[in-house]
Design a protein around this ligand. Structure first.
Ligand code: MG
Length: 369
């Protein structure tokens, strides 16, 4: 089989519920900007991938478009889609970083191979250790009253994992939001905390001891990505497990953090690692050091979310659930013909060949920009 066509499609889908409210100097996000790649073969099999950057974290959709269009497309044209590892190695020798573009390329290749073999992608990664994945929702609206309405709906939908984004307002306001959330949640719901690098190292330990009264399952990335000594000090000081997210992009980062016990947990994202295979290397390094992992996401539609679900289904050590909530709860329309599958608060891992999804191409092209 040979690849005959590689087409990047840059789209923007409007958000509902005010969007995920991540703070940024350009103002609130009103739409999700993401990049798809459609890969065709001479066997008539088409694979789909998604590069889902977040500009303050991994990069921009414009950079992903150029990476796929100018640098990765020539590598793929005429290549055998089964040679995934070799193509990834060539991609790394062709252009540095651009992990989202590489993740999109790898996703499309796995989709093609799974369809060719008539088996779901999770079976190409070792097979299922789980059929469904508990879904976590990120509570990120500075106006807690708006989030509260949505949280009531999520509880009725069976969701029990709530990750509160902290560190963008002042500390007292974080404590007030957490107290309101604790009052709203039933006893069987978990609170988790994510600072997205929002603390200064000097203030972190004393403030995080205040946060521990809410008994969060974990506290994610309190300090900037490169402040790993501070991350290690926080991990040693707190009873609550500390998770590294922005501090771990690559397997080498994971080795550093794991071997020096700079965190207790790692957030895994195919988009920051450059695909499912590299992400699973991170999970394996973490497992060897006794660290558990969580399935994070960037700003993803149901296509990248589905690839993430296959990866988590096949990886024992990504055991803390996932956060693929945006397709269902924030996009005005997902781009899948069947909605991204969540039942009773748990993502259902598809059973069809490849990614096991049908992309609604007419709908997708309506949002192309
Ligand atoms: Mg995070």
């Amino acid at each position: 089989m040979k690849i005959t066509k590689v087409e990047p499609i840059f789209i923007a889908v409007p958000y509902e519920h005010g969007g995920p409210k991540q703070m940024r100097p350009l103002g609130p996000w009103t739409r999700m900007e993401t990049l798809f790649v459609r890969v065709d073969t001479d066997a008539g099999i088409t694979g789909w991938g998604e590069a889902a950057p977040w500009t303050v974290f991994t990069g921009s959709p414009e950079a992903s478009t150029a990476a796929l269009d100018v640098y990765l497309r020539p590598l793929l044209l005429g290549a055998d889609p089964f040679r995934i590892e070799a193509l990834l190695a060539t991609a790394d020798r062709t252009i540095v970083h651009c992990t989202e573009a590489k993740a999109a390329m790898e996703m499309a290749l796995f989709d093609i191979v799974g369809k060719a073999l008539g088996t779901p992608v999770c079976n190409l990664l070792g097979g299922r250790v789980r059929d469904e994945i508990p879904l976590s929702f990120s509570v990120a609206n500075p106006d807690f009253a708006q989030d509260a309405d949505l949280i009531r709906q999520l509880l009725a939908d069976g969701i029990r994992l709530f990750k509160v984004k902290t560190g963008f307002a002042d500390h007292a306001e974080d404590l007030r939001r957490l107290a309101k959330l604790r009052d709203l949640l039933p006893n069987d719901a978990e609170i988790r905390i994510d600072y997205n690098q929002g603390m200064q190292p000097w203030e972190a330990i004393r403030r995080l001891r205040d946060i521990e009264q809410f008994r969060p399952t974990f506290i994610e990335q309190p300090v900037p990505a490169d402040q790993r000594a501070a991350l290690a000090a926080i991990t040693a000081a707190l009873d609550t497990p500390v998770m590294a997210d922005e501090s771990v992009f690559s397997p080498a980062d994971a080795l550093l953090v794991t071997s020096h016990h700079m965190a207790d947990l790692i957030a895994i994202k195919a988009q920051k690692a450059g695909g499912m295979l590299r992400a699973r290397e991170i999970a394996a390094i973490a497992a060897a050091g006794g660290l558990a992992c969580y399935g994070g996401d960037m700003c993803e539609t149901g296509i990248a979310g589905t690839a993430g679900a296959h990866m988590i289904a096949a990886t024992q050590n990504i055991s803390l659930g996932c956060e693929f909530y945006q397709p269902l709860y924030y996009l005005t329309e997902d781009l899948l013909a069947q909605p991204f599958a969540v039942r009773n608060g748990k993502v259902q891992v598809p059973t069809g060949p490849g990614l096991g999804i049908q992309v609604d191409e007419d709908r997708l092209r309506r949002y192309a920009i």
